[in-house]
Design a protein around this ligand. Sequence first.
Ligand code: ARG
Length: 567
Amino acid sequence: MLTLKKKLADSILCKLNEKNDAHGLDADAIAQMFEYPPDRAMGDLAFPCFKLSKALRAAPPAIAAMLADSVSMPEIAKAEIAGGYLNMFISDAYLAEKLGNINALGENYGRFDFGKGKKIVLDYSSPNVAKPFHIGHLGTTVIGHSLKMLHEFVGYECIGINHLGDWGTQFGKLIVAYRLWGDRATIEAGGIDELVALYVKFHAEAEADPALNDRAREEFTKLEHFDEDNIALWKWFIEISLAEYQKTYKQLGIEFDSYNGESFYSDKMPAIVQELRDKNLMTIDDGASIVNLEEYNMGPCLILKRDGSTLYPTRDIAAAKYRKDTYDFEKCIYVTSAGQSLHFAQWFKVVELMGYEWAHDLVHVPYGTVSINGEKLATRTGNVILLKDLFAMSVDKVRGIIKEKNPDLAGSDEVAEAVGVGAIVFHYLTNSRIKDINFVLEDALSFEGNTGPYSQYTYARTCSILEKAENDGKAGEFTDDSERELVKVLARYPEKILDALGDYEPMIITRYILDVCNSFNRFYHSCKIIGADDASVRDTRVYLTKAVNSVLKTAFKLICIKPTEKI
Ligand code: ARG
């Protein structure tokens, strides 16, 4: 509908200018004003005239009447004045042309190229090594990847970075715990779970024996000074953890371009600290080095601890500078829980105070916290769900359903995997990202209603129709309203892409997929497709199915879901 809105806006603008050109609007502003009426009886597109009332010194219904003939064009079948609105009904001619466009573009439909030649860095997932990879990480992982796919869809070159939490005092703890209670073979066999167990044990033991904490600090200091044994252990812990994360990423179809985590910036921090000093931004507070941000209504940004060691913000500042120098990004996007919003606001401000114009290109995309059964996630009390367990449960459930309903399905393991993992991702991305989520396992594993499996199933249905049709159909006349409605929904895809990008909001795509599926299923139930008596009617319907198929296919990829052709 974008091009239609633009065309209507040009025409409305002409008319307005004839009347009174002091309205202060341009074609883009007018194009933004169109609304989609909530009810079909009110047309397909409405132009609200209230906003023009003041500038034109006329009542909205009078303005609507005045504009009515400016929207008379082949795309508009009729226009009605209703209160202050000009309601427009789209013509079959336009819908047919649109459908032709969609199919001509195929998987390129919905794409733009305004990102061409520009780079976007995305920092997402970024778990802390040797800590459990749990449902709290699902958000950053799938929102981040979805934003990457969306930016690529509009032409950007995207660099996905997994800023691993691979540095910090927790490694001192782990080294101590491993030497006291650990065993190489057990860890090699048990992987990250064994590391987590050691970490949890360390905390329990340190409560009774606080001296353990001192030992941990010492071991971390040794690590910072490149003690060979500690470095070897540290590398091994990372390897074990990464192997585990990568299994999950593989299930999701996610690949990162870089795993440069916090440790990567160790040797880049002294220069940053020196720069802050040279630019007179740092002050000493109780022995620690900070950047005071009182003037900006924020607490101080901590740069160095009392013992001179660096902190999380220091590493982020060094990483941002490195990324700007390396990639010359147009934007660098960070996806983390909203709990870190202050951290990002603080160090973004520090980068700005350092005089870097590109501080304004750093974007924090927060998402709501996840709780389970109303309680905060907590590794130590066991109130966590590991991502791998969650995926396994869902995949198992799908496998069971396939066994029962379609036992001869070829490649059923792969399908179960795609649909099972997709169900969880879809469930998560149906919510607005900023909303806090109370995760209820039964809901995530319920495949009824507006779910991932339902959408995947609809997609598979389009595949099977196309397979049976043995061709992609061709354009012809519409004979049922459900066909028209379906094209109207498909026509909104490019707008949805822009909205999702503008709001950094994958949910817009998830909900759009549901709109497409619901609209397709209404069409499917009210129209015979392959079985239509008339050859031309059949061709049109197959042609429509083809368009739905390719929109769903690209949209699934945008939200990190693998489309499956058969279920
Ligand atoms: N490792 C951090 C955590 O688990 C997230 C890192 C986000 N990225 C960043 N550049 N700070 O909380």
